[in-house]
Design a protein around this ligand. Structure first.
Ligand code: M6R
Length: 605
C-alpha cells in the first residue's frame, strides 16, 4: 500500500525523502512523488510513474529540488491508473498533500467541491481530500489543524495524511484514521512515515498518532491535537530493533534473508512466551474458552488453519477459521465463551482490524497475535502475543508466518494445560518439542541446494498443485501461496481427499503435483492420491518427514525434513516450500521482494 514520508529540519529535504521512500518500497507501489520547499518559496514537485529510481533520476537524487521541508509518497493505485497525473502529492491553492488509504465518499465530495469552483486534475480520492482541507481553510479563515479536523469529520474511509500549507513554511501537518503513521523527532528535525524503517536512521523515539488525531510537525518538535483542536500528549515509544534488521545483510533478497532468520524468529517468540502470563491470558480465562474464531488474511490465515488443527487436537474445543474480509460482514453467532484470535504480521490489515472491532463490539474477548508492536491490532486487542520475527520487508511473508505458528502452538498447549485436556507432563513434552523447532528449521535450511535444483525444473511450468491432508493441507495452502505470489505460476492447494471431487480433471501430462507427507495417520492416503495423479501423467515431488515411508519409485524428487511430532511439523515442512517459491521466482527473473500488484500491508478493504 502507499508509503508516506515527511521531513522538516536544516538539511536538504529531497534526498532524505527519497531515501525514506526507498525504505518503504517493500509496501508495494506503482508511482512516486515528492514536494519540497523553502520558506518564502512555493513548493516544488516532482512525480514519476513506475519505480522509485525514475524519480531519483529525474531529481538527480533529490539535488535538483532545494528546500528543507517536504513530503513524499509511493502510490499503490486505487482510484485511477498509475500515471504521473494520479501520483501524489496533489495540490490545491493553499495546500499540498499525500495520502494513504481510501476516501469512501470521495465522489460526493468531488461533486460538491466542483460546484464550489474547484477543478480536478487527477482521478484520485486524494486530490479531493486535499481540496476539501483547502476549502475549509479558506472558507472559515481557520488554521491548518481546524481545517484538517473539519475535513476528518466530513470524510469517510481510511487515511494517513501529510500536508503542507503554503502560508506555513517549515511545517508539515498530519492526520490519521485507520492507516498507519509514525512520527519522530531529533534535536533539530522532525520526521513522519508510514513505517519505522523510513525514519529509523534518524531516531528510535517514535509516536504513533491515533485515529482522528492530527499533528503539527516543525523542526525538532511535534504537537498532537484531538478532533476538538485541543493539544494532547501522546506517549513516546522506543524502537527496540536496529536499522540493520531492515537491511539485506549480504543476501540477494530480503525474502532469502528472512527465510534464514526463521530459527531466530521462532526461538525469540518461544522464549518470550516462557512467561505466558505476559500475554494477559491466565488459566482461569483459558479454562473458560469454549470455542475459538481464528480470523486473519493470507498467510496469517494459513497459520490460523494450522493452529486450528493443533488447538482442536490438544484442547478438544471447536475452532472456526474465517477470512477477516468475510467475518466482518457475516452474521456469525457471537456467543459467550468464544475467544476471537486475530493473527496479523503488520497489525494494520484493514479487514483484520475491522474483524477485531466487530468482535469487541459484540463483547467477545480478542487475542491479537501481532508482529508489529504499536500497530492498531496490537493496541486494540484485549490480549496480545507479540511474535518476535522483527521487521519483515519482503512482501511474501516467511519468518512472521513461522513465528505465528510457534505462537499458536504455545497458545494451544497452554490452553490444553489450563483445561486439563493434556497432563502437565504431556504439556511440558509439547513445550520442549516446540523449543527444539528452531534447530530443526536450521537443519532444513541446510538442504537448500536440492530445492534450488528442483526450482529450475519447474520454472517454466504453468500450474502447480500442492496436496496434503490435515496439517499437511494447511502447509500446502501456504506453500501454494508462496509459489503464486512471487513466481506468478498458477498454483492451488488441495486437501488431497478432495481431488477426486472435481479438480483431478485438471491433472494432465506433466502437471506438477507436490505431495506433503508429515502426518503419520494420513500419509498413506495422500500417497494413494499422488499415485492417482501420477497415473494421469503428473510429475510428482514428495515432501516427507523422516520416518514416513515413501514407496520406491513414487517420485524422482523427494525432500526430507527431520523427525518432529506431527502436531508441529508445519514449522519444518513450510521451509522447503518457501525456498521452492523463492528459487522459482529467481529463476524466472522476477522481483522477488516486491511482486507485482501486491502490498506488504493491506490497509484498505
Ligand atoms: O499483515 P498481515 O499478516 O495481516 O497480512 C495478511 C496478508 O496480507 C499477508 O499474510 C499476505 O498474504 C502475505 N504477504 C503473503 O505472503
Amino acid at each position: 500500500m502507499c508509503g508516506i514520508v515527511g521531513y522538516t529540519g536544516q538539511e536538504q529535504a529531497a534526498p532524505i525523502l527519497l531515501e525514506g521512500l526507498s525504505k518503504l518500497e517493500y509496501r508495494g507501489y506503482d508511482s512516486a512523488g515528492i514536494a519540497v520547499r523553502n520558506a518564502g518559496e512555493l513548493p516544488q514537485l516532482a512525480k514519476t510513474a513506475g519505480k522509485l529510481h525514475f524519480l531519483v533520476e529525474k531529481t538527480d537524487g533529490g539535488k535538483l529540488l532545494p528546500g528543507t521541508c517536504g513530503i513524499g509518497h509511493t502510490r499503490w493505485a486505487t482510484h485511477g491508473n498509475p500515471t504521473v497525473d494520479n501520483a501524489h502529492p496533489h495540490t490545491s491553492d493553499n495546500v499540498i498533500g499525500v495520502h494513504n488509504g481510501i476516501i469512501e465518499n470521495y465522489a460526493e465530495l468531488r461533486e460538491k467541491l466542483t460546484d464550489k469552483g474547484y477543478r480536478f486534475y487527477s482521478q484520485t480520492d486524494t486530490e479531493v481530500i486535499v481540496k476539501l482541507v483547502d476549502y475549509y481553510y479558506k472558507k472559515y479563515g481557520i488554521g491548518p489543524i481546524d481545517a484538517i479536523n473539519r475535513t476528518m469529520v466530513r470524510a469517510r474511509g481510511s487515511y494517513a495524511l501529510a500536508l503542507m500549507f503554503v502560508d506555513y513554511p517549515g511545517e508539515i501537518y498530519a492526520a490519521r484514521k485507520e492507516s498507519p503513521l509514525v512520527l519522530g523527532t531529533t534535536r533539530d528535525a522532525s520526521f513522519l512515515a508510514s513505517d519505522v524503517p523510513a525514519i529509523l536512521k534518524y531516531t528510535r523515539k517514535v509516536y504513533y498518532i491515533e485515529n482522528l488525531q492530527a499533528a503539527r510537525i516543525t523542526p525538532g518538535r511535534i504537537q498532537f491535537f484531538n478532533l476538538n483542536g485541543d493539544e494532547i500528549t501522546l506517549p513516546a515509544r522506543e524502537i527496540d530493533w536496529d536499522a540493520s534488521a531492515a537491511e539485506k545483510g549480504g543476501y540477494e533478497h530480503f525474502m532469502l534473508k528472512e527465510i534464514h532468520e526463521q530459527p531466530r524468529a521462532v526461538r525469540d517468540t518461544v522464549s518470550s512466551l516462557a512467561d505466558f502470563s505476559s500475554t494477559g491470558l491466565d488459566n482461569a480465562f483459558l479454562r473458560s474458552v469454549e470455542r475459538i474464531y481464528m480470523v486473519a488474511c493470507g498467510s496469517a490465515l494459513h497459520a490460523g488453519i494450522a493452529g486450528q488443527y493443533v488447538v482442536e487436537r490438544l484442547c478438544g474445543i471447536p475452532v472456526r477459521v474465517e477470512f477477516a474480509s468475510e467475518f466482518r460482514y457475516r452474521h456469525l453467532p457471537m456467543e459467550k465463551g468464544t475467544l476471537v484470535v486475530v493473527v496479523s504480521q503488520s497489525g494494520e490489515t484493514a479487514d483484520s482490524l475491522a474483524a477485531l472491532r466487530k468482535a469487541k463490539e459484540a463483547g467477545l474477548p480478542v487475542l491479537g497475535i501481532v508482529n508489529v508492536m504499536g500497530s492498531s491490532i496490537a493496541r486494540e486487542a484485549d490480549y496480545l502475543i507479540h511474535t518476535m520475527a522483527g521487521p519483515e520487508i519482503s512482501v511474501a511473508t516467511t519468518k512472521a508466518y513461522s513465528a505465528q505458528l510457534a505462537a499458536l502452538y504455545i497458545l494451544a498447549v497452554r490452553t490444553a494445560m489450563a483445561k486439563g485436556t493434556v497432563s502437565e507432563e504431556e504439556g511440558k513434552y509439547c513445550l520442549d518439542e516446540i523449543a527444539a523447532l528452531p534447530d530443526k528449521i536450521g537443519a532444513v535450511l541446510e538442504n537448500k541446494k536440492q530445492l534450488q535444483w528442483f526450482a529450475t525444473k519447474i520454472a517454466s511450468d504453468t500450474d502447480i498443485f500442492y496436496i496434503g491432508r490435515g496439517l499437511d493441507y494447511a502447509v500446502c495452502l501456504e506453500g501454494s501461496l508462496k509459489m503464486k505470489e512471487i513466481s506468478y505460476i498458477h498454483s492451488e492447494a488441495y486437501a488431497a481427499g478432495e481431488l477426486k471431487h472435481g479438480t483431478i480433471s485438471l491433472i494432465e501430462d506433466n502437471t506438477v503435483v507436490i505431495g506433503v507427507l508429515t502426518q503419520e495417520e494420513v500419509a498413506e492416503k495422500t500417497v494413494s492420491n499422488m499415485i492417482e495423479c501420477r497415473s494421469r501423467g503428473a510429475r510428482l515431488m514428495v515432501l516427507a518427514k523422516e520416518g514416513i515411508r515413501v514407496p520406491d519409485g513414487l517420485s524422482d524428487f523427494v525432500v526430507r525434513i527431520p523427525s518432529v511430532p506431527d502436531l508441529f511439523s508445519a514449522s519444518l515442512a513450510v521451509v522447503p516450500l518457501q525456498l521452492l517459491g523463492y528459487y522459482t521466482s529467481v529463476n524466472r527473473g522476477l522481483d522477488v521482494d516486491k511482486p507485482r500488484n501486491l502490498a506488504k500491508s493491506v490497509t484498505v478493504e
